[in-house]
Design a protein around this ligand. Structure first.
Ligand code: SF4
Ligand code: FES
Length: 239
């Protein structure tokens, strides 16, 4: 097996590890491709589509597409920018995202993507769905209004015996995240905090803390736009 493959991203030739996903190869080389459902090191779900890039002339999700020798990838174009902005707008109108009163404001990846893509007023009508807030778990509050169904909680939150704490229930527009009644009740504080942290929006809130401990204005994306940490990365060479 080859030690590396050569690909081109935005006219820049880079070396990538065989089997590596495009989004990760780009990231290592300081090229930011926006993501929402994806988490580095976690099996991709490919559900949000915001990481879409042009691969050899076709639009594909970069978090689920492994690199291949000679691939030509375009991450920035008017078409891609419009597509990504539309995805953000659709997510914003599909749920009830009341940013000013959200504990995650300033740390929320959806909000940060909205700023990055200069979303002012979505071009689509707000749906204002009626969704509940579930406070039955002792460790977490689950707010279905803000959930973007990214599955990050399902994929990353397992107890010590490997049981999944989160799952989907119902179908279609009623699809929602649920917490296993048995494993969820025995969830450790550490795991509950990890779930709240891994949720890209404010749909999972840890109950063991006071709200707004870090004031709005002093949070991660209040300071720097999303993706700027990657864009600052120096190129990492594969030895
Ligand atoms: S609760 Fe959060 S992490 Fe889980 S699916 Fe919804 S948005 Fe994603
Ligand atoms: S980040 Fe790739 S589909 Fe969501």
């Amino acid at each position: 097996m080859k030690e590396f493959v050569t690909i081109t991203i935005d006219d820049q030739e880079i070396k990538a590890r065989p089997g590596e996903y495009i989004v990760d190869a780009a990231r290592r080389n300081g090229i930011y491709i926006p993501t929402l459902c994806n988490m580095s090191g976690v099996k991709p779900a490919g559900s949000c589509r915001i990481c879409t890039v042009n691969v050899n002339g076709r639009l594909m999700t970069s978090c689920t597409t492994p690199v291949a020798e000679g691939m030509e990838i375009e991450t920035i174009s008017q078409e891609i920018a419009d597509f990504r902005k539309t995805v953000v707008e659709l997510l914003l109108i599909e749920g009830n995202h009341f940013c000013p009163s959200c504990e995650k404001s300033g740390n929320c990846e959806l909000q940060a993507l909205g700023y990055r893509f200069e979303v002012m007023v979505p071009r689509f009508p707000y749906q204002f769905p009626k969704r509940d807030i579930d406070a039955s778990n002792p460790k977490l509050i689950k707010d279905h209004n803000r959930c973007v169904l990214c599955k990050r909680c399902i994929r990353t939150i397992l107890d010590e015996e490997g049981h999944h704490i989160f799952a989907f229930r119902y179908r279609g527009h009623q699809l929602q995240i649920t917490i296993d009644p048995e494993y969820g009740m025995n969830m450790t504080d550490e795991l509950a905090q990890k779930a709240a942290k891994n949720c890209p929006v404010g749909a999972l809130l840890y109950r063991g803390k006071h709200g707004f401990e870090i004031p709005i204005g002093k949070r991660k994306y209040d300071k720097e736009p999303i993706g700027s940490d990657i864009e600052k990365l120096k190129k990492v060479k594969i030895s």
